[in-house]
Design a binder for this molecule. Structure first.
Ligand code: GLU
Length: 280
């Protein structure tokens, strides 16, 4: 049975690009008599708002993209993510990082030739990886805030399939993964209980998702997701990354494009049918 999902973050109103993504997941499931799930990725307390979650469900309903219940709301599953984080820390695959942005910037400025990750950001230089367990314990006991980072080198050594790690991309076949280019990626931020990467892989597993459909902008992250799945013994889904919708200037649609929200289009009198036909 094919199981797909649409997994928006409720940080604003859905725009045409989100609707296209939801439509892709919905169509793939429905065409095969499968299940289409909705997941609200509201793990970032600073950016997500419940009213956007409600608006997302209203907009999808209006489009006729009905999902199979229940809706999974990530903020209701924090204990599950914490258990995964604890397990990785116990296996010495994750460590607390006390660095501030300024600490990291200073460290990078002092080092020659800092490598960059897939998103263009400079990789974490590993400052807190080498702290002794007693220093870690003392700083935590003193109330110092910390993020949890993956120890990438330890993770690669421990992953059963690495370096022969790959995923199946619809229409392309096997794609080889190079998760090392992410460095010691953050798994839980100081101000958010768990990262997107951790929650998305965990939830796709527990929800039994068999085909992940999402925008091509997230394709590079799949290398890291495969590593996390491999470390945790989670069976990988197949992937189908789709093109991103762009505006007339060729820029990908974003939350700043207020005129492209489903809300605004509906208010202008555009019908749900006209929107779906545009995707067809
Ligand atoms: N929550 C992510 C976003 O809104 C999408 C997650 C995914 O499809 O993997 O960009």
């Amino acid at each position: 049975m094919i199981v797909t999902r649409f997994a928006p973050s409720p940080t604003g109103h859905l725009h045409l690009g989100h609707a296209f993504s939801a439509f892709n997941a919905w169509r793939r499931a429905r065409a095969a008599g499968g299940r289409f799930l909705l997941r609200l990725e509201d793990i970032d307390p600073g950016r997500c708002r419940p009213e956007f979650g409600a608006a997302i469900q209203r907009d999808l309903g209006w489009l006729g993209l009905t999902w199979d219940e229940p809706v999974r709301v990530q903020s209701r599953h924090l204990a599950e993510y914490q258990a995964v984080l604890d397990g990785l820390a116990e296996r010495a695959l994750a460590y607390p990082c006390f660095c501030t942005r300024a600490d990291i910037a200073r460290e990078i400025a002092a080092s020659a030739g800092a490598p960059h990750g897939p998103d263009g950001a400079v990789l974490y230089p590993g400052t807190c990886r080498c702290l002794s367990s007693s220093e870690r314990a003392d700083r935590i006991a003193a109330g110092e805030r910390f993020a949890l980072r993956l120890d990438m080198q330890a993770a690669l050594r421990s992953a059963p399939s690495y370096p022969a790690l790959w995923y199946e991309e619809d229409g392309e076949g096997r794609i080889a993964c190079r998760p090392e280019c992410f460095g010691d990626v953050v798994l839980a931020r100081k101000d958010a209980p768990a990262s997107y990467h951790l929650c998305v892989t965990h939830d796709d597993t527990v929800q039994g998702v068999t085909l992940v459909t999402r925008g091509a902008d997230l394709k590079p992250a799949t290398d890291l997701h495969r590593l996390l799945q491999d470390l945790m013994g989670w069976a990988p889904p197949r992937y189908a990354h789709h093109r991103l919708l762009t505006d007339t200037a060729g820029r990908r649609l974003a939350k700043r494009d207020k005129a492209m929200t489903l809300d605004a289009l509906r208010a202008e009198g555009v019908s749900a049918r006209a929107i779906i036909e545009r995707f067809g």
